[in-house]
Ligand binder design. Structure first.
Ligand code: PMV
Length: 347
């Protein structure tokens, strides 16, 4: 039976008036090799952590309300676009404004943007970059536009400069592309292949450590003793190159040894802490193949490379040593084994 014409129109109007809603997510990340040295142009390796997520939901707001950001975990409500763009003060507001501008849209929308995240803040897991990535994706989705990984990464980088001052760009890159990356600042992104799967435990010291502060401290030390720090960064860069080769060849034990070497260099740089070192030691003593701090350091998280056999034992040890939380994550073996640093005959 066909629908009467007037009813059909009413149905259509209801559909048009129905508030559209878009949700987008982004994962956390860990830096497996090369933090800090990456700021000074050395290579680094990072992988996404899908066990923690930032989520942004965008809904049509009340008429005249403007753009309202509800940051649930921070307990904050922020407005975007009241008056001039120089009202933009926080990275959250900045990423909304810059994404809308990039999409060729103004700020005169009535939107309610809700942010929820399971990524702990200021612990080296990329919470800022993840929220910005989810925000950019959600805005593009809401306005039925598509952005490439590169475009999302670029927009998030802009916001990251407000969190970090001089970010290398590794966080936005690994999170926006959502795959393991071999990253060198200002160079074309290289993904790489992982021959054998990896299993990591990520243990939280429970101590907040703002990246900007630690990166600033390293810069001061570098300014005081440039030769010493340049040599340290060279060594870290060399570890990252060797780690990529080991990952490509599936030499998991070598990856662990290189993590230990990277941690020693980070200790010498002055970015470890008593708590991080204690967790690293606990992991090593209970059978981890290697362990190091991850991210800016002086707090935040450490990572341990484990096997299915040692995983539970190391996890127990980390918890006994005072880890506030322990997350288990993995990196799958790549199906596509190109591009590679390892000549074909050696793979
Ligand atoms: O955001 P975090 O804490 O993971 O630190 C990022 C890593 C650094 O190398 C210390 C800084 C950067 O911009 O690369």
């Amino acid at each position: 039976m066909s629908m009467p014409l007037f009813l059909w129109y009413t149905e259509l109007d209801n559909l048009r008036a129905m508030p559209p809603m878009t949700t987008a997510n982004a994962p956390g990340k860990i830096i497996v090799f090369g933090e800090h040295a990456v700021v000074y142009g050395r290579p680094a390796i990072a992988v996404p952590v899908t066990q923690v997520q930032a989520q942004v939901t965008i809904e049509q707001g009340e008429e005249g309300q403007g753009i309202v950001i509800v940051a649930r975990d921070l307990g904050r409500i922020l407005m975007v676009g009241e008056g001039e763009t120089n009202d933009v003060v926080s990275p959250l507001q900045a990423v909304v404004a810059s994404t809308l501008e990039y999409l060729g849209l103004g700020l005169e929308h009535d939107l309610t943007i809700t942010i929820e995240s399971t990524i702990p803040i200021a612990r080296g897991l990329g919470s800022g970059a993840a929220v910005s990535t989810a925000m950019t994706r959600a805005l593009a989705g809401y306005f039925a536009r598509e952005l490439t990984g590169q475009e999302v990464s670029g927009l998030v980088y802009e916001a990251e400069t407000l969190y970090h001052g001089t970010p290398s760009g590794i966080d936005n890159t690994v999170i926006a592309y959502e795959r393991p990356v071999y990253f060198i600042r200002d160079q074309k992104l290289e993904t790489f292949c992982v021959r054998k799967p990896l299993l990591f435990l990520i243990a939280d010291t429970g101590l907040e450590s703002p990246t900007k502060t630690v990166v600033g401290a390293v810069r001061q030390a570098w300014e005081r003793s440039k030769d010493r720090y340049e040599a340290l960064f060279d060594s870290v860069g060399d570890v990252a190159v060797r780690a990529r080769r080991a990952l490509e060849k599936g030499e998991v034990e070598q990856v662990g040894r290189l993590m230990d070497e990277n941690h020693r260099l980070l200790q010498t740089m002055g970015v470890s802490s008593f708590e991080l070192d204690a967790l690293v030691e606990a992991a090593r003593h209970t059978g981890a193949l290697g362990a190091k701090l991850s991210g800016a350091g002086r707090g935040g998280n450490m990572i341990a490379l484990v096997t299915p056999q040692t995983c539970e034992r190391v996890k127990d040890a980390l918890e006994k040593e005072g880890a506030q939380s322990v997350i288990q994550t993995g990196v799958e073996a790549s199906t596509d084994l190109t591009p590679s640093l390892v000549p074909e005959r050696e793979r």
